[in-house]
Design a protein around this ligand. Structure first.
Ligand SMILES: C[S@@+](CC[C@H](N)C(=O)[O-])C[C@H]1O[C@@H](n2cnc3c(N)ncnc32)[C@H](O)[C@@H]1O
Length: 269
């Protein structure tokens, strides 16, 4: 297969990548046939998947704007993906010029594309790192250069924790990432779930197992555990479309079909 200019060498093209499929669902072009085939199979199993991805992305945008309103000016966006529409630094900087963002992703295509977008952008950087090694993210040169951990930080973990199986202790990772955040920092989490996708669950689980990052959809109580020790802001942990919508969302026949739980919490103190 011909490798386009934007694709780094050595990427795994034998298995679909969720990052690149997500890009396809959101209308981007940084994906390969193997990703598109898989993404279409998922769409056949769950026709609303594209809308779910858009609703998750819209939650991320609202969460960033909320954090900016609370005075947050620096963001750590882990599992940032292939930014297609509305990058976090654009949203944050539009609301508060000078805001800083560190993007983190494990996928080389996501990182290569982000590097292109961020050329000449002093307030933002992307690093290739694994959420499963929080200290590598926190101590990375770019993180230390751009983020000041004496001031509030917005930690974004959107649509990524379901890529970490329980055996890898995702709760421990979140604790480690939250530990250095000063009071007044915020954490936004969105998390895929099969709670209201009962009929599609088996096929989804089988399809997810074929990717480079298999997915663990968690029930609500298990997603809420990620916020232990933090103060969830209103309206708490809810379906993505119900988290402070700018107008009532009528995309889905019921909110649970949005497929994602979402919440934002404050670091107390
Ligand atoms: C579905 S995208 C979400 C993008 C964005 N956060 C959003 O909500 O719109 C999930 C991203 O998480 C990344 N990812 C998966 N496992 C990861 C890990 N262990 N460390 C860092 N990133 C990871 C994937 O490569 C992908 O780009």
């Amino acid at each position: 297969m011909d490798r386009p200019d934007w694709a780094p060498e050595g990427i795994d093209l034998t298995r679909p990548s969720v990052a690149r499929a997500y890009d396809y669902w959101l209308g981007g072009s940084h994906n390969f046939a193997i990703d598109r085939d898989w993404a279409r199979q998922v769409l056949a199993a769950v026709p609303d998947l594209r809308l779910m991805a858009q609703a998750n992305r819209a939650f991320l945008h609202r969460a960033v704007r909320f954090m900016v309103d609370q005075g947050v000016r620096q963001f750590l966006d882990i599992g940032s993906g292939i930014p297609t529409v509305g990058n976090v630094h654009e949203i944050a900087q539009r609301a508060a010029p000078g805001s800083r963002v560190v993007y983190v992703d494990i996928d080389p295509v996501a990182v290569a594309h982000s590097e292109q977008i961020l050329k000449g952008e002093p307030g933002a950087a992307v690093i290739m790192a694994d959420l499963r090694q929080p200290s590598a993210v926190l101590t990375h040169r770019a993180t230390r250069a751009l983020l000041d951990f004496d001031r509030p930080v917005g930690l974004l973990l959107c649509s990524v924790l379901h890529a970490i199986p329980d055996a890898d202790d995702p709760y421990g990772m979140v604790r480690e990432l939250v530990k250095p955040l000063p009071p007044g920092s915020y954490v936004a989490i969105s998390h895929g779930t099969l709670d209201d996708l009962v009929e599609e669950a088996d096929e989804m689980t089988e399809l997810a197992g074929r990717t480079t990052t298999p997915i663990t959809g968690r029930p609500r109580a298990e997603v809420e555990r990620f916020f232990a020790g933090l103060e969830l802001v209103e309206p708490g942990l809810v379906w993505s479309v119900l988290w402070r919508p700018e107008e009532p969302d009528e995309t889905f026949e019921r909110p649970g079909r949005s497929g994602f739980y979402a919440g934002v919490a404050r670091v107390p103190g």
